[in-house]
Design a protein around this ligand. Structure first.
Ligand code: UDX
Length: 438
């Protein structure tokens, strides 16, 4: 099939590349000239494991091309994906200006029947708005379909190529056939393509992300309570995760969820519920608890240093909002680094992928280090914000020699308490007892 993807961010680039991989002819369109030039040179502007192999192969074989020209990009396309940003406005609602602008531009240039697909996370009712914006100037028949993306950064290619399910919102049987054909190669193992109306598909995406954010937040609250009653949240996780009704995933307590999706989507769903005069109380709590959770380490650090961080050096391991990405949007590390600096501390940092992005924001306010150990040299404490695998089995002895104090504040519960005890560290983590050296 011939496909166009408008917008070459995370979602658009993965969508375009993966559909090229299943044999389609894909043109990606973006208004950002520099980005398109970069892609045309074969450079990928984002860090996403596994994407490069597929990208290189499909570019080389001519199935994946890039342009800034919308007219050229959509020529002959049976399916046109809209994968455009929907940044949150002040009130938490998703801003549709980019999507509606492209919809408006599409009307007069469509030359044959096409299925226009909303791939971005968009509020309930957007498919209708997109449809109206296209119809205002269209000369031919078209359908607008909602097909929300569930990919996780870091494993986006795998999520795309082997989806748990595909959700498609459309009431048109013609569009349904096109979408079935397009997704057939990705669901050969029998994972479902679930058809529903457009509004339900739009709502499904918000429900999925809000539910997962709630699941994490529930565990964070259990962790907070564990600290008070003297229980261990890791054991609780194992104890409840084995109940198939609950499931093992997304039960890891920590320093709060971040990223480009959960915070934005929970906010947007809360806004939608306010718009419809529904008081969605759980959602508000999820947002409040997560805001507090992100600040959890600071009081622990202050407690350790007797309330004063002036002149202390805090080494930070992990800047990205989660491992396998360089994305720092809503990353707990950033907020905490700002708080450390404000409290008069110096900060040294290490992250395997996200340092350049942080440099662009913090400049020389913090010291960027080339290895995790370099960040510890002469630091007063270590604080961990991202569970990169390389932090999981560090050389505790070496760390102890570099650090001024054997103390770790762990926002991701990376270490077993017994292991830490043996190494003679003071160790603060989330939802578990504080370890102090004997
Ligand atoms: C998420 C959804 O998973 C995906 O389906 C959707 O399309 C976009 O949003 P992503 O933002 O890439 O994907 O990250 P994800 O792996 O889901 O993690 C989100 C946040 O939750 C991270 O900050 C992570 O650290 C946190 N998290 C996750 C926990 O704190 N505990 C867990 O058990 C799982």
């Amino acid at each position: 099939m011939k496909i166009a993807v408008v917008g070459t961010g995370y979602v658009g680039l993965v969508t375009g590349t993966c559909f090229a991989e299943t044999g389609n002819q894909v043109t990606c369109v973006d208004i950002d000239v520099r980005k398109v030039e970069m892609l045309q040179r074969g450079e990928i502007p984002i860090y996403e494991p596994g994407l490069d192999v597929l990208f290189d192969r499909n570019v080389a074989e001519g199935r994946l091309i890039f342009t800034t020209d919308l007219v050229e990009g959509i020529k002959g396309a049976e399916v046109i994906f809209l994968a455009l940003p929907t940044p949150p406005g002040e009130d938490g609602s998703a801003d549709l200006k980019y999507i509606l602008k492209v919809a408006h531009d599409l009307g007069p240039i469509l030359e044959q029947y096409a299925v226009i697909v909303d791939k971005s996370t968009v509020p309930v009712g957007t498919a209708e708005k997109v449809s109206a914006a296209i119809a205002a100037n269209a000369k031919i028949d078209f359908d607008v379909v909602s097909n929300p993306e569930f990919l996780r950064e870091g494993v986006a290619v795998e999520d795309f190529m082997k989806p748990d399910r595909v959700v498609v919102g459309t009431t048109s049987s013609k569009a349904k056939k096109v979408m079935e054909k397009l997704y057939a190669p990705l669901v050969r193992q029998g994972n479902p393509v679930i058809f529903m109306d457009e509004r339900s598909a739009e709502m499904t995406k918000y429900a999925a992300n809000s539910f997962l954010a709630m699941k994490i937040t529930f565990m964070n609250e259990i962790a907070n309570l564990c600290e008070k009653v003297g229980a261990n949240v890791d054991d609780i996780r194992r104890g409840i995760g084995t109940d198939s009704r609950i499931g093992k995933r997304f039960l890891f307590a920590g320093i709060g969820y971040g990223g480009s999706c959960f915070p934005k989507d929970v906010q947007a769903l809360a806004k939608t519920s306010r718009d419809y005069n529904y008081d969605f109380r759980i959602l508000q709590s999820v947002m409040d608890v997560n805001d507090d959770q992100k600040k959890k380490l600071l009081p622990m650090i202050k407690e350790y240093f007797g309330g004063d961080l002036k002149g202390k050096t805090i080494a930070v391991w992990g800047l990205a909002f989660k491992p396998y990405t360089d994305d720092i949007r809503e990353a707990p590390a950033l907020e905490n680094i700002e708080a450390f600096l404000e409290a008069g501390a110096n900060v040294t940092v290490y992250d395997p992928e996200a340092m350049n992005n942080v440099k662009a924001i913090l400049g020389d306010k913090v010291t960027f280090c080339h290895t995790p150990y370099a960040a510890l040299d002469d630091a007063d404490a270590l604080a961990i914000f991202t569970e990169w695998p390389q932090f999981r089995t560090p050389e505790f002895e070496k760390m102890g020699k570099l650090l001024k104090n054997r103390v770790i504040f762990d926002g991701r519960n990376l270490y077993e308490l017994d292991q830490i005890r043996e190494m003679g560290y003071t160790y603060y983590s989330i939802g578990r007892e504080k370890v102090v050296p004997a």
